[in-house]
Write a protein of this length. Structure first.
Length: 150
Protein backbone atom coordinates (compact mmCIF):
# COMPACT_ATOMS: atom_id res chain seq x y z
CA UNK A 1 0.00 0.00 0.00
CA UNK A 2 2.80 2.46 0.88
CA UNK A 3 4.44 1.76 -2.46
CA UNK A 4 1.37 2.85 -4.40
CA UNK A 5 1.09 6.16 -2.47
CA UNK A 6 4.75 6.89 -3.15
CA UNK A 7 4.36 6.25 -6.85
CA UNK A 8 1.21 8.40 -6.99
CA UNK A 9 2.99 11.26 -5.21
CA UNK A 10 5.96 10.91 -7.56
CA UNK A 11 3.67 11.01 -10.62
CA UNK A 12 1.98 14.13 -9.20
CA UNK A 13 5.33 15.90 -8.73
CA UNK A 14 6.50 14.96 -12.24
CA UNK A 15 3.16 16.12 -13.69
CA UNK A 16 3.43 19.48 -11.89
CA UNK A 17 6.98 19.98 -13.15
CA UNK A 18 5.98 19.16 -16.75
CA UNK A 19 2.93 21.45 -16.54
CA UNK A 20 5.03 24.34 -15.19
CA UNK A 21 7.51 23.92 -18.06
CA UNK A 22 4.65 23.96 -20.59
CA UNK A 23 3.02 27.04 -19.00
CA UNK A 24 6.38 28.85 -18.87
CA UNK A 25 7.10 28.25 -22.54
CA UNK A 26 3.58 29.29 -23.56
CA UNK A 27 3.76 32.54 -21.58
CA UNK A 28 7.19 33.35 -23.04
CA UNK A 29 6.00 32.84 -26.62
CA UNK A 30 2.83 34.84 -25.88
CA UNK A 31 4.82 37.88 -24.75
CA UNK A 32 6.87 37.72 -27.96
CA UNK A 33 3.66 37.48 -29.97
CA UNK A 34 2.25 40.60 -28.30
CA UNK A 35 5.39 42.57 -29.16
CA UNK A 36 5.26 41.35 -32.77
CA UNK A 37 1.57 42.27 -32.97
CA UNK A 38 2.30 45.82 -31.77
CA UNK A 39 5.06 46.18 -34.35
CA UNK A 40 2.94 44.83 -37.21
CA UNK A 41 -0.03 47.00 -36.15
CA UNK A 42 2.18 50.11 -36.29
CA UNK A 43 3.54 49.13 -39.72
CA UNK A 44 0.03 48.43 -41.05
CA UNK A 45 -1.21 51.79 -39.71
CA UNK A 46 1.67 53.65 -41.34
CA UNK A 47 1.16 51.90 -44.69
CA UNK A 48 -2.55 52.73 -44.65
CA UNK A 49 -1.87 56.34 -43.63
CA UNK A 50 0.79 56.67 -46.32
CA UNK A 51 -1.69 55.60 -48.99
CA UNK A 52 -4.53 57.81 -47.69
CA UNK A 53 -2.26 60.84 -47.28
CA UNK A 54 -0.89 60.42 -50.82
CA UNK A 55 -4.43 60.48 -52.20
CA UNK A 56 -5.35 63.46 -50.02
CA UNK A 57 -2.20 65.31 -51.10
CA UNK A 58 -2.93 64.80 -54.80
CA UNK A 59 -6.52 66.01 -54.40
CA UNK A 60 -5.88 68.97 -52.05
CA UNK A 61 -2.23 69.94 -52.70
CA UNK A 62 -1.66 69.99 -48.92
CA UNK A 63 -1.11 67.58 -46.05
CA UNK A 64 -3.95 66.63 -43.68
CA UNK A 65 -2.32 68.09 -40.56
CA UNK A 66 -3.29 69.93 -37.40
CA UNK A 67 -1.56 72.94 -35.85
CA UNK A 68 0.22 70.65 -33.37
CA UNK A 69 3.89 70.15 -34.22
CA UNK A 70 6.77 68.25 -32.72
CA UNK A 71 10.47 68.32 -33.48
CA UNK A 72 12.05 65.00 -34.47
CA UNK A 73 14.78 65.63 -31.90
CA UNK A 74 12.09 65.79 -29.18
CA UNK A 75 10.83 62.41 -30.29
CA UNK A 76 14.32 60.94 -30.04
CA UNK A 77 15.13 62.58 -26.68
CA UNK A 78 11.76 61.88 -25.06
CA UNK A 79 12.13 58.16 -25.50
CA UNK A 80 15.95 57.90 -25.43
CA UNK A 81 15.68 55.64 -28.41
CA UNK A 82 18.57 53.90 -30.05
CA UNK A 83 16.71 53.41 -33.31
CA UNK A 84 13.98 55.65 -34.71
CA UNK A 85 14.60 54.84 -38.37
CA UNK A 86 15.37 58.49 -38.93
CA UNK A 87 14.98 59.61 -42.52
CA UNK A 88 17.90 61.94 -43.40
CA UNK A 89 15.60 63.75 -45.87
CA UNK A 90 13.41 65.00 -43.01
CA UNK A 91 13.05 68.70 -42.32
CA UNK A 92 12.97 67.90 -38.61
CA UNK A 93 9.49 69.34 -38.08
CA UNK A 94 6.71 66.85 -37.56
CA UNK A 95 3.03 67.78 -37.84
CA UNK A 96 0.25 65.81 -36.19
CA UNK A 97 -1.91 64.08 -38.79
CA UNK A 98 -5.55 65.18 -38.73
CA UNK A 99 -7.27 61.81 -39.08
CA UNK A 100 -10.69 63.45 -39.48
CA UNK A 101 -9.63 64.64 -42.95
CA UNK A 102 -8.96 61.08 -44.10
CA UNK A 103 -11.71 58.60 -44.93
CA UNK A 104 -12.14 54.91 -44.16
CA UNK A 105 -9.45 54.53 -41.53
CA UNK A 106 -9.19 51.72 -39.04
CA UNK A 107 -6.02 52.23 -37.01
CA UNK A 108 -4.63 50.55 -33.91
CA UNK A 109 -3.63 53.94 -32.48
CA UNK A 110 -4.38 57.55 -33.36
CA UNK A 111 -1.23 59.53 -32.59
CA UNK A 112 0.81 59.87 -35.78
CA UNK A 113 3.03 62.64 -37.11
CA UNK A 114 4.28 63.39 -40.62
CA UNK A 115 7.41 65.23 -41.72
CA UNK A 116 6.56 68.27 -43.86
CA UNK A 117 9.31 67.61 -46.43
CA UNK A 118 9.89 63.86 -46.67
CA UNK A 119 6.29 62.88 -45.80
CA UNK A 120 7.69 60.16 -43.54
CA UNK A 121 5.09 59.09 -40.99
CA UNK A 122 6.11 58.56 -37.37
CA UNK A 123 4.18 57.07 -34.47
CA UNK A 124 4.11 59.21 -31.32
CA UNK A 125 4.76 56.12 -29.22
CA UNK A 126 7.64 53.75 -29.64
CA UNK A 127 7.24 50.10 -30.49
CA UNK A 128 9.93 47.87 -29.05
CA UNK A 129 10.91 44.67 -30.79
CA UNK A 130 14.01 42.57 -30.11
CA UNK A 131 15.70 45.39 -28.22
CA UNK A 132 15.16 47.94 -30.99
CA UNK A 133 12.80 50.93 -30.78
CA UNK A 134 10.70 51.80 -33.80
CA UNK A 135 8.64 54.91 -34.56
CA UNK A 136 8.17 54.22 -38.26
CA UNK A 137 8.50 51.37 -40.69
CA UNK A 138 12.11 50.31 -41.18
CA UNK A 139 13.11 51.41 -44.64
CA UNK A 140 16.53 51.92 -46.18
CA UNK A 141 16.48 55.67 -46.81
CA UNK A 142 18.90 57.29 -49.20
CA UNK A 143 19.95 60.80 -48.42
CA UNK A 144 18.82 63.13 -51.19
CA UNK A 145 20.06 66.62 -51.84
CA UNK A 146 16.72 68.42 -51.46
CA UNK A 147 18.13 71.71 -52.76
CA UNK A 148 17.98 70.19 -56.24
CA UNK A 149 14.18 70.05 -55.98
CA UNK A 150 13.55 73.62 -54.77
Amino acid sequence: MKNQKGITLMILVVTIIIMSIIVGSISFSSSSSFKMKGYYDMCADIELLDEKIAIYYVQNKSLPITAETKNIQELIENYASDNVNYNPNNSGNLHKIDLSKLENLSLSQTDYYIDEVSHTIYSATKTELEGQHYYTTPLAYKEVNLSLYK
